[in-house]
Design a binder for this molecule. Structure first.
Ligand SMILES: [Zn+2]
Ligand SMILES: [Zn+2]
Length: 180
């Protein structure tokens, strides 16, 4: 995922649009994710911010996964906005690199060499932290019945809703018998 920045390297404030694709970004996602269904596509803009190059972009891809709630396989579209900085390799300090090892993404400055910024590592990192821990087929997913395992999106099961919360049971025992 390489971007040639030679055209803006000498001009502070200048920016350029980019669009890159990679289908070999490693999977570092929640365990439920099986594979990419589409290559990882990144569009955005690089700006020469003087000391650093600022990359603002959007990661787009699609993943094969299973719903965390109903366990059905489905395809999850990823649309992830991100912003990262790149600094010339010999100017990026040891300290910044150490922070990266500690896993804090906020203050990372990714190194680049020469006239090319390689987004691969930063995109891998963004995908690693940017996806929800629990991926749902839909926000309205009803999940599985806790008694029989029926997928409640498909239809109701035969289980009654008589599994009463013990705290409710305690309250109910306080009520006058006539109410029951
Ligand atoms: Zn679901
Ligand atoms: Zn049931």
């Amino acid at each position: 995922m390489k971007i040639d920045i030679s055209s803006i390297q000498g001009a502070k404030g200048a920016s350029l649009d980019f669009s890159v694709t990679n289908n070999r970004i490693p999977l570092v996602f929640p365990a439920a994710v099986k594979k990419y269904v589409e290559p990882v596509h990144v569009v955005g803009q690089v700006t020469n911010a003087g000391k650093f190059f600022l990359v603002q972009g959007q990661i787009q891809t699609k993943l094969a996964t299973v719903c965390d709630r109903c366990l059905e396989p489905f395809e999850y579209p990823v649309v992830l906005d991100f912003e990262v900085e790149f600094g010339q390799k010999n100017q990026v300090t040891e300290m910044v690199l150490q922070e990266k090892e500690l896993g804090s993404l906020d203050d990372i400055i990714y190194p680049y060499e020469g006239t090319v910024i390689d987004l691969s590592r930063s995109v891998e990192d963004e995908l690693g932290v940017g996806l929800p821990v629990k991926i749902l087929c839909s926000q309205e997913c009803k999940g599985l019945c806790s008694s029989c395992g029926q997928n409640l999106n498909v239809g109701d099961c035969a289980c009654t809703e008589e599994s009463i919360d013990p705290r409710m049971e305690a309250l109910r025992s306080l009520l006058p018998k006539t109410i029951e």
